[in-house]
Design a protein around this ligand. Structure first.
Ligand code: ADP
Ligand code: MG
Length: 635
């Protein structure tokens, strides 16, 4: 190799990497030992990748099929090397993997860092997110990566002091794999002590399925159990080991909220070790909506991209499923519509939902946090339908008009339905606060009828396909056809009884309704006396057979439907303004004021719904006119 090639090329790190490295290098972070966890985790991933590639290209591991990771401290040179015989990297791999932020978790960290101008929390964040490969610079003043990709002849050497740039040159390496050599900083020499290394490996990396050997003198000693963690008996696994495995498999840094470890024996055999995170992963609503469970076959990693293994609405679940029955050389094609896989999925989904339900019963407060994190994702399963719908309906939680801030299950709801109530009332909209102010729920609240408040965009969709829970139909309160007359209003202490003489005569109200209808013509479906209003003068509702107002607006926004359908205008005979108008109707059924009043009230109801006014100019003219009259009368 000539010296020019060896000098190689100098490249700048992506700007984000430089920022991150600044932080890492200048960190006073006390938990520096995690660098080893990160590098060992990468070495193990590299072995998994090659093991998988070798299923179809056995020549890749020919002559060296025993995967291993070696840790070699050299006290004299002040270096620590982490060596693997995994898949290795070629030139392009090096540039894109170690020069940019490829890893999404690290990207999320950088984002947080940028958002958080007050840097005091940063060091804790490193611990929470981990920064992968770059954590090496917490302990090393120089990092050299010497690597050769399996199946390729050329080796490459990447080197950096973590200050803005790195070099890549051709290198030399006897076989495939990667050696990461750290020139340790003065204050990190403790990590050259074999006993210290051994304890770090046992603490963080015991679950790694590849043997990890530490070199001491001439001896190489395996320090981890080197067997797949999920194959060990539950009783022999500590919660720390579960957590470390979760960090490794999920590339996450929170604690698992739920750990689900089972072996299924019988006609199909598999083991699952799955985790529900305690915090919301940042990519939960990525458009791809991919699930995050890895498929193994008899301890061999097969793929982390097998859509049929788990439904997308469980995409917050992380971990592994290891099958005893699938053939090792499964390909993407044979995994599609594979009956064994279908049965595994069915059983695993049931198990996960069952464990979540148990937790809901045992720890309702923790469950509420889980639901805030992942409820919207689970509801996608309701929309999808299928055999898990009932289980999902039991898991669902909602805000409601009587929830006092907590969450309500459908079982709670049904359990406290009023006598004569046969439907589950709900209202959908953009925010809980706005829904609580909706005129349409007034009459329900007054009668002590609970209304569920739905604000997840997905709610509108599953409510179109799920029609009932325990034989009780879901009913939007923004649709007509609810007979509130049969429910008695709940009397509140100190509330005035409305005297009979105050109430307008039914005939006068009928006259007013007729006058409104005549004025509004076919801009509305109908004008009706409302049972659902107790305070507001008017509101809009959909026709009895119509669509819920909110979903109709969503569909319209997405151009799924043409015009909004005509609404029913309901008027409240108990409202002062409506009473006054009814009084005038008694005197003069053709009072010209009715036209202005009807139009203004209709527009007002539209504004409350967040619907556009068809003629804002006319609205403003009428308003001005009426205000002028009011002021003149007051003067
Ligand atoms: P992550 O492991 O989450 O992807 P890292 O920052 O730890 O992020 O590593 C970045 C990338 O560098 C890895 O995704 C991998 O492609 C590559 N890499 C790191 N270490 C090795 C290694 N020992 N062998 C092969 N590739 C590696
Ligand atoms: Mg990594």
């Amino acid at each position: 190799m000539d010296s020019e090639a060896h000098q190689g090329e100098t490249r700048q790190f992506e700007a984000e990497v430089s920022k991150l490295l600044d932080l890492v290098i200048n960190s006073l972070y006390t938990n520096k030992e995690i660098f080893l966890r990160e590098l060992v985790s990468n070495a193990s991933d590299a072995c998994d990748k090659l093991r998988h590639a070798a299923l179809t290209q056995p020549e890749l591991t020919a002559g060296d099929s025993e995967f291993r990771i070696e840790i070699v401290p050299d006290q004299a040179a002040g270096t620590l090397s982490i060596i693997d015989n995994g898949i290795g990297m070629n030139r392009e791999d090096l540039v894109s993997n170690l020069g940019t932020i490829a890893r999404s978790g690290t990207a999320a960290f950088v984002e947080q860092m940028n958002a958080d101008k007050d840097k005091s929390g940063d060091m804790a964040l490193i611990g929470r997110f981990g920064v992968g490969f770059y954590s090496a610079f917490m302990v090393a003043e120089q990092v050299t990566v010497s690597t050769r990709r399996a199946g390729e002849a050329e080796a490459w050497e990447w080197q950096s002091d973590g200050r803005g740039s790195f070099t890549i040159a051709q290198g030399e390496r006897a076989g495939r794999g990667t050696t990461v050599t750290l020139k340790m900083r003065e204050d990190a020499k403790e990590f050259l002590e074999p006993f210290r290394l051994r304890s770090i490996i046992r603490k963080y990396s015991d679950h790694i399925a590849v043997p990890i050997k530490i070199k001491e003198g001439d001896k190489l000693e395996t320090v981890n159990q080197a067997s797949a963690l999920w194959m060990r008996p539950k009783s022999e696994i500590t919660s720390e080991q579960y957590t470390e495995f979760y960090h490794h498999v999920a590339h996450a840094f929170d604690d698992p909220w739920l750990t689900i470890h089972n072996r299924a024996e019988g006609t199909i055999e598999y083991t699952n070790l799955l985790f529900v995170p305690s915090t919301k992963p940042f990519d939960l609503f990525d458009p791809e909506r991919k699930h995050q469970v890895k498929l193994y076959v008899r301890r061999v990693f097969v793929t982390d991209n097998c859509p049929d293994l788990m439904p997308t609405w469980l995409r917050f679940v992380r971990g592994v499923v290891d099958s005893e029955d699938l053939p090792l050389n499964v390909s993407r094609e044979t995994l599609q519509h594979n009956p064994i896989l279908a049965r595994i999925r069915q059983a695993v989904v049931k198990r996960v939902l069952g464990e979540i339900e148990k937790k809901a019963e045992k720890a309702p407060e923790e469950y509420a946090t889980f639901w805030e994190n992942f409820g919207a994702v689970l509801k996608e399963g309701l929309y999808e339908g299928g055999e898990n719908r009932d289980a999902l309906l039991k898991l669902a939680r909602f805000h409601s008009t009587t929830d006092e801030g907590g969450l309500v299950s459908l079982t709670d709801y049904v359990g406290r339905m009023k006598e004569g109530q046969s439907e589950i009332y709900y209202i959908a909209g953009d925010s809980i606060a706005a829904l609580r102010r909706s005129p349409q729920i007034e009459g329900f609240v007054k009668r002590g009828l609970e209304v569920l408040l739905m604000t997840d965009p997905v709610d509108e969709f599953w409510l179109q396909t799920v029609h009932e829970f325990e034989d009780k139909a879901f009913r939007s309160v923004t649709r007509g056809g609810v007979d509130l007359g049969k429910f008695k209003a709940e009397e509140k202490e100190g509330e005035d009884e409305k005297s009979a003489e105050e109430a307008p005569a039914a005939a006068d109200i009928d006259t007013l309704v007729a006058a409104f209808k005549a004025t509004l013509g076919d801009t509305v479906q109908d004008v009706r006396v409302s049972q659902r209003l107790t305070e507001s003068p008017v509101c809009l509702v959909a026709d009895d057979s119509g669509m819920d107002l909110h979903i109709e607006r969503i569909l319209k926004q997405h151009n799924q439907i043409g015009d909004l359908s005509k609404r029913v205008l309901e008027i409240n005979p108990d409202n002062g303004l409506i009473r006054a108008l009814a009084g005038r109707a008694a005197e003069n059924a053709a009072d010209p004021l009715f036209e202005t009043a009807a139009q203004l009230l209709l527009d007002q109801a539209r504004i409350l719904e967040g619907e556009p006014l068809p003629d804002p100019g006319a609205f403003s003219r009428r308003m001005t006119e009426l205000m002028a009259k009011g002021i003149a009368a007051a003067a």
